[in-house]
Write a protein that binds this ligand. Structure first.
Ligand code: ADP
Length: 176
């Protein structure tokens, strides 16, 4: 996979616990910059890139190698905003910036309840956020200087985060 310096447009990973605002943020970044929004969950469902279904958590267990193969050409070309609640199975040079969104427990709890998640699934995700699972995962999978941890509690946060990511994209494109 041709990566790193070869891209004219950057690839951005937006990760975080479910409910932190990945899809909302990624959509706004894509609309503003013209980058392509890649929602990994949607790709997995469309192309059936899962190996089994986790009945307890009502979730698909995705086949990570097939996901990377599926996205390889798009990532090599650049200009993707990838949105997923996990990032450790992508090649290190796939992304120019890795954004981890964070949400306060009580706010996240409410968002997941509103989404209709079962109680144990709400608990599991709030616990994941408390344990900073996605922050650790991003930090251990990518160089720290590429990782950006941003609060995503309010609409002001959302606006500020989108602005910061858009600035990064514009700066990358000017200097490439
Ligand atoms: P994810 O993709 O991480 O699961 P979503 O983008 O679907 O999260 O957002 C979950 C819910 O929270 C949506 O209803 C969305 O409108 C809302 N939301 C997302 N980010 C924020 C924010 N920064 N402030 C307030 N509400 C937000």
């Amino acid at each position: 996979m041709k990566m790193g310096g070869g891209r004219r447009r950057p690839n951005i990973m937006i990760t975080g616990t479910p409910g932190t605002g990945k899809t909302t943020t990624a959509q706004l970044v894509a609309e503003t910059t013209g980058l392509r929004h890649v929602n990994v969950g949607d790709v997995v469902r469309e192309k059936r890139l899962y190996s089994e279904r986790d009945e307890e958590y009502d979730a698909l267990i995705l086949d990570e190698d097939r996901v990377v193969d599926e996205l390889e050409d798009a990532l090599a070309e650049g200009g993707c905003v990838v949105d997923h609640h996990g990032c450790n199975f992508f090649p290190e040079d796939a992304f120019d910036a890795v954004v981890v969104l964070r949400t306060d427990n009580t706010i996240l709890y409410e968002r997941l309840e509103t989404r209709g998640y079962a109680a144990h699934k709400v608990q599991e995700n709030v616990q994941c956020e408390i344990m900073m699972v996605l922050v650790e995962e991003a930090m251990s999978s990518f160089p720290h200087e590429r990782v950006l941890v941003l609060d995503s509690n309010t609409m002001d946060d959302l606006e500020r985060n989108v602005g910061q990511i858009v600035s990064f994209v514009e700066q990358f494109q000017r200097s490439s």
